[in-house]
Design a protein around this ligand. Structure first.
Ligand code: SF4
Length: 408
């Protein structure tokens, strides 16, 4: 083991903080000329941006509440308001934050999340997002509309794509009414093209981790993904990932790994544990183990986007996601990840308030081990609710797992 674990930040991160800061500044400026649309993280952002909205993603706010550990004090407020401790802790943290009037954005001297003019969800990830948005729709008496995508999709059939594409198109009249602007197909196609460019670059960032040693870890990815989540379809995200990718290529050229003396490589399955990112990253560095891939960071890769077929390609991009697929395509995907990233073992995070993005409850780890021969560890925890996470237990499990990797 190395004696002093150290996180290696990227030079580019300074630019990222500026890009994200500017995004939040514009979003929360009371003098902004644009209407605000709230959008789920894998919702129809391109349509909203193409129709002239500023787009706000409350799950990103949920992640900030988790990372700053503000969630711990805020979740009980939402629980007392009737939102169960068993449901999505992004939802309960965010509603708790609203009820208390406190947000991590205040630390950036910003007033807090902007009030929505319209809320737009996609149930491709879970039903919780719809319930979450409907709370605010009732609170502010604004339209809450969305796309109902099937879950546990096996083959992404043409019937599903046509249905989802029609649902996306059917959002337009309400959006026109709220924005006061007519839908402009050329503008929409332009945004799809920008979003595709962002996806290609973001995928390039994640693909860099296939190198040995990996120049970037999953923990870096959870921070670096900010622009791909909230600014896809905007030029600033593209400009940022060009800078980051150049730095990654430099690291690759010079053999610089995110983990000094990398010995083992792991795939992280499921949600991050936002309040423990730093301590987990440091523990893995101490163990000379690089967490090189994840389905989480890859969830913002939308390769199917195609400006020549805007609605259908958007439907495909948002139906092909790992989270809304059945176990068979999920397992095939994991197999490809394990091979591509030269993974030695798989870490399954069983996030107690997000069964939608936890994959360890129905025998998948055992099946995957049988197929690939790669060992696994399952860690119970949560994305935001640290009452559901045991630091001591997790540290011990990780140590034992890496010890197991050293013997395989
Ligand atoms: S997928 Fe999980 S974490 Fe994301 S909004 Fe749904 S329940 Fe919450």
């Amino acid at each position: 083991m190395t004696s002093s674990a150290e996180l290696k930040d990227f030079e580019a991160s300074k630019t990222m903080r500026n890009v994200m800061g500017q995004y939040f500044k514009e979003l929360t400026d009371p003098a902004r000329p644009k209407k605000i649309a709230w959008c789920t993280s894998v919702g129809p952002a391109e349509l909203l941006r193409g129709m002239g909205f500023e787009v706000y993603f409350p799950e990103n706010h949920g992640a900030m509440l988790g990372a700053t550990r503000m969630a711990t004090d805020l979740i009980p407020l939402a629980n007392a308001h009737g939102f169960s401790p068993d449901i999505c802790s992004y939802l309960t943290s965010d509603i708790g934050s609203y009820l208390k009037g406190e947000s991590p954005l205040n630390k950036m001297k910003l007033p807090g999340p902007p009030k929505a003019d319209v809320l737009v969800y996609n149930t491709n990830q879970c039903r919780d997002v719809k319930d979450w948005f409907e709370f605010y729709g009732r609170e502010w008496n604004v339209p809450c509309i969305g796309v109902h995508t099937p879950r546990a999709i096996g083959d992404v059939s043409d019937t599903i794509l046509t249905d989802v594409a029609n649902q996306i198109e059917a959002l337009i009249p309400t959006l026109e009414e709220v924005s006061g602007q007519k839908f402009d197909m050329d503008k929409f196609k332009e945004v799809i093209a920008l979003s595709k460019q962002c996806t290609v670059l973001w995928k390039g960032v994640l693909d860099a981790a296939a190198n040995v040693p990996s120049p970037i870890s999953f923990f870096d990815g959870t921070i670096q993904m900010g622009p791909a989540v909230v600014l896809r379809g905007a030029q600033s995200a593209i400009d940022y990932y060009e800078i980051l990718l150049a730095e990654l290529n430099d690291r690759i050229k010079n053999g610089i790994g995110a983990v000094e003396g990398e010995k083992y490589r792991i795939h992280w399955e499921g949600m991050p544990i936002w309040g423990k990112l730093k301590s987990l990253a440091l523990q893995f560095i101490e163990l000379q183990t690089a967490v090189v891939s994840s389905t989480y960071c890859n969830s913002w890769v939308f390769e199917a986007l195609d400006p020549t077929e805007p609605f259908k390609s958007m439907a495909r991009a948002y139906c092909e996601l790992f989270i809304c697929r059945s176990d068979e395509p999920k397992e095939a995907y994991l197999e490809r990840m394990i091979e591509k990233y030269k993974v030695d073992g798989v870490f399954y995070h069983n996030a107690k308030t997000c069964p939608n993005n936890s994959n360890s409850s129905y025998n998948m780890p055992q099946r995957m081990q049988k197929k690939t021969g790669k060992p696994y560890v399952i860690v119970d925890g949560d994305l935001n609710d640290l009452r559901l996470y045991s630091e001591e237990q997790t540290r011990t499990n990780i140590e034992a797992f890496v010890e197991q990797l050293s013997q395989s």
